[in-house]
Ligand binder design. Structure first.
Ligand SMILES: N[C@@H](CCC(=O)N[C@@H](CS)C(=O)NCC(=O)O)C(=O)O
Length: 340
């Protein structure tokens, strides 16, 4: 995949160590206590996030549910993967705040810091005023955007409220290691035992999720939280990409009745269905040189619009910054049509 060393692109990769995939740490993370205010500075912040990347997907979903589309422009890179991610079909693109045309994402990283060493990944939260990467870590970007006060532009919903933060963090941790990242540990492993161990962990995690969600509407109960928004991109790619192409599993999401109904419940929230294109995700992985594809034709995708019936478990709620709860249904009914 390649990376940047002292501001210069190198094709050599270091993500596989002794046959195992080691995800590189993101270099930029913001610990600022000063929340961003994109409503006051609507041209300052920009989100660069790929359509087929699950880490980008979780951020894109949060951006829509927080109603930030009008003040946080989204740029979805596309084009051939030469020197990593291309931004504009291999053509130059002037990113706001830069004084040069940028073709590859790594050039943005080294524009911001000529001595940058690390991966050039999406998503990126870019500050055009300060000409800097605020964060290139999806979990961190979600927290930064969740902190943004919507100041009456939309209900001020929060997905990681401080009252639930410990439970959210604990839930995120086991889902990250057992599913979100485990599919990559399986898919990129160069050793069969490592792949099989990751596959077992994935199956155990799916069973645990299915059991938990047989009694609860969402991961933490009746309130939709950040943990659900982080899980959805992995579930949405499971049958299209991870099971057939990465892990080589015969199991599908549809084999876990509660988890499958839960995934459809999330899918029915306005803005979420349009955030995922199953076929495009399959094609992007099937054509990549990282995954060896044994299935040359796309799988048949299940119908995500079948009624989920999850209302029988409990009402669905969202939490506001004030600590009050509102009904998810009421929120969705007021959802601006432009968000879809
Ligand atoms: N820790 C990062 C991981 C992001 C990541 O791995 N993104 C992939 C796309 S799905 C990427 O940009 N890969 C390019 C590379 O590693 O060079 C996050 O969660 O934001």
């Amino acid at each position: 995949m390649g990376q940047v060393v002292n501001g210069v692109w190198q094709d050599a990769d270091t993500t596989i160590q002794n046959g195992a995939y080691e995800r590189a740490q993101s270099i930029y993370k913001s610990h600022s206590l000063e929340p961003l205010n994109p409503f006051r500075e609507p041209t300052r912040y920009h989100l660069i996030a790929s359509e087929t990347c699950p880490w980008s997907h979780r951020v894109r979903i949060l951006r829509v549910l927080k109603g930030l589309q009008g003040v946080l422009p989204l740029y979805m890179p596309h084009g051939p993967r030469i020197e990593g991610i291309s931004l504009n079909e291999g053509l130059p693109w002037s990113i706001p705040g830069t004084d040069q045309s940028i073709v590859h994402l790594h050039q943005l990283y080294s524009f911001a810091d000529p001595n940058y060493s690390g991966r050039s990944t999406v998503p990126v939260l870019w500050d055009a005023k300060e000409k800097r990467v605020i964060s290139n870590e999806s979990a961190n970007i979600m927290r930064i955007l969740d902190e943004v006060s919507t100041e009456g532009h939309q209900s001020d919903v929060v997905f990681a409220p401080s009252s639930l933060i410990h439970r959210i963090d604990e839930t995120n941790d086991w889902i990250y290691s057992g599913l979100n990242n485990a599919v990559y540990r399986a898919g990129f492993a160069e050793c069969e035992t490592i792949r099989q161990d990751a596959a077992i962990e994935i199956l155990e995690t799916l069973i645990k999720l299915d059991k938990r969600l047989s009694k609860r509407r969402f991961l933490l109960g009746k309130i939709l939280t950040e943990s659900d928004l982080r899980l959805f991109p992995s579930l949405a790619r499971f049958d299209a990409v991870y099971a057939p192409l990465f892990v080589g599993l015969d199991y599908r999401l549809t084999d876990y009745p509660s988890l499958w109904a839960y995934a459809r419940d999330l899918y029915s929230i306005p803005g979420i269905a349009s955030s995922i294109d199953f076929l495009k995700n399959w094609l992007s992985s099937a054509e990549s040189d990282v995954v060896s594809v044994s299935v040359p034709t796309p799988p048949t995708f299940p119908d995500w619009t079948i009624p989920h019936g999850r209302e029988l478990l409990s009402e669905a709620r969202l939490m506001l910054r004030s600590g009050e709860h509102i009904s998810l249904q009421g929120f969705c009914e007021e959802f601006p049509a432009t968000s879809i």
